[in-house]
Ligand binder design. Structure first.
Ligand code: HEM
Length: 457
């Protein structure tokens, strides 16, 4: 065990290095402006395990690769999801799979898993094709070399794909209402997270009123959708798969449980994929030689045709480009847990009841793990000379992302469909926008790139 220099705390015992009370007080503004930049600075100052001088709960940033692995994988049963991050999210997602704590999650996960089986993945391909065609038509209709907001286009496409996967191709008004209400409610939760003191959800502030009316709209839309749909003989989309799911004792998910999963899929499966693809385009615009390698692969595999499911396996460089983007700009930049018993992480004692903060962004830039960590180099994923256990864009262990394959198929095929047709570049004098850590990692004010149809495409 390492010795810690004495520091003054309010009530929490000091077990790991970290900022002292005074410098912490001065940091609140910085945390609010950019929590990730703050975490990065304390990691670089104090090391792989940092304790924050807050009274309760004892709070630690863990960026020690073995420590993160222990929390998420090898000692995962010692950690739960009762954290501020997940309780804020649960205002929208209820007890859906992402925010559910261990007991509830154990029951749900096997019931939800079939919604992500291979058949779902194959149907995503046609939804991706529809979304890609819309973008291609839009961009082709613009004057040559126009500047477009890639972020906005990709956000719409990702919402369309997850919406179609969930509710089928014939999106009803209920599906639209549900999606809009989900995103409205999420906006309130994000706004709440940016203010240091938030009134409880029952205080009728404008934000809370918007939250409760969005949640009520969500409930109405799900109720009416389930009412009109019933149980279909052959499940046609992910909602059907949730409706027909049964646990070991033959029980179905309740209406509320189905609502919570549907909302969770929209929240977890929309902005994450969009964020990954948006940053991919930013990095490709900055690295034209990597774009040329990617386009050579895509041209050889697609040969001018629309992408099929089988093409996914035949695009290893496109997958490496997505992986390298997920390394540098992991959409889920923060993962939190609460400890259920004492543990030792990175050589420091961490008591029961602690808040553990981990950040794929920081771990993916750890110089002890990654050679040239700040360099965009997809080839590292092809060469395979990397420590996969320190690559956690989808988390790791039992709570790893259930939508991982969904996300890969969507991102790789949408990327391939678009770069087959277009080149992208930053307008003169502009470069990669700053990353803003919101629910996911987003570019400040969108991503504005010049798109040019490739000659012969
Ligand atoms: C690039 C895209 C995506 C990224 C980066 C991502 C990231 C993550 C991460 C880091 C976790 C684990 C959180 C934790 O351990 O606390 C997670 C869990 C989850 N994700 Fe994703 N995700 C993506 C796409 C999707 C998609 C497309 C869906 C669904 C359509 C989805 C649904 C979920 C769900 C339901 C969970 C909870 C799983 C469980 O606890 O059993 N995600 N995701």
């Amino acid at each position: 065990m390492r010795a810690i220099p004495n520091r003054r705390y309010v009530t929490t015992a000091c077990t790991a290095p970290g900022p002292v009370g005074q410098s912490m007080l001065g940091s609140f503004g910085a945390i609010r402006r950019n929590p990730l930049a703050y975490l990065d600075s304390v990691w670089r100052t104090y090391g792989d395990v940092v304790q924050f001088p807050v009274p309760k709960p004892p709070s630690y940033l863990v960026n020690d690769p073995d420590g993160v692995r222990s929390v998420l994988v090898t000692n995962a049963r010692n950690y739960g999801k009762s954290t501020i991050q997940y309780s804020a999210l649960s205002l929208v997602t209820g007890e859906g799979l992402l925010s559910a704590d261990t007991a509830e999650w154990k029951r749900q996960r096997p019931m939800v898993q079939p919604a992500f089986h291979r058949e779902t993945l194959t149907t995503i391909v046609s939804h991706v094709a529809t979304a890609a065609e819309r973008i291609i038509d839009d961009w082709n209709a613009l004057p040559e070399g126009s500047v477009v907001d890639i972020d906005a286009a990709i956000m719409n496409a990702a919402l369309e794909v997850v919406g179609h996967a969930l509710f089928g191709s014939d999106l009803s008004t209920d599906a639209d209402a549900l999606t809009t209400a989900t995103l409205d409610a999420l906006d309130v939760v994000i706004a709440r997270a940016r203010v240091p003191i938030t009134p409880p959800a029952w205080v009728p502030t404008p934000g809370n009123r918007k939250l409760s009316s969005s949640v009520a709209a969500l409930d109405r839309a799900v109720h009416s959708m389930l009412d009109s749909r019933g149980v279909r003989e052959v499940p046609a989309d992910m909602l059907d798969l949730l409706i027909t799911a049964r646990d070991d004792e033959g029980h179905a998910l309740t209406e509320t449980e189905i609502r919570d999963q549907v909302v969770t899929f929209i929240v977890a499966g929309h902005e994450t994929v969009a964020s990954a693809l948006t940053w991919t385009f930013a990095l490709l615009a900055e690295n034209p030689e990597i774009m040329r390698t990617l386009q050579a692969e895509v041209d050889a595999v697609l040969g001018g045709n629309a992408a099929q499911f089988a093409d996914y396996q035949r695009l290893p460089f496109a997958r490496a480009v997505i992986d390298e983007t997920l390394r540098l700009f992991p959409p889920a930049w923060l993962i939190t847990r609460n400890s259920l018993g004492d543990d030792v992480l990175g050589g420091y004692e961490v008591p029961e009841g602690s808040l553990i903060i981990m950040s794929p962004w920081l771990l993916h830039r750890h110089p002890g793990i990654w050679a040239n960590p700040d360099r965009f180099d997809p080839q590292r994923f092809i060469d395979g000379d990397i420590d996969r256990s320190a690559f956690i864009p989808f988390g790791a262990g039992p709570r790893q992302c259930i939508g991982r394959d969904f996300a890969y198929v969507e991102a790789v095929l949408l990327l391939a469909s678009l770069v087959a047709q277009f080149d992208v570049e930053f307008p003169a004098g502009e470069n990669c926008p700053p990353a803003v850590p919101l629910v996911t990692m987003r570019p400040a004010n969108g991503l504005h790139l010049r798109v040019r149809a490739r000659s012969g495409a």
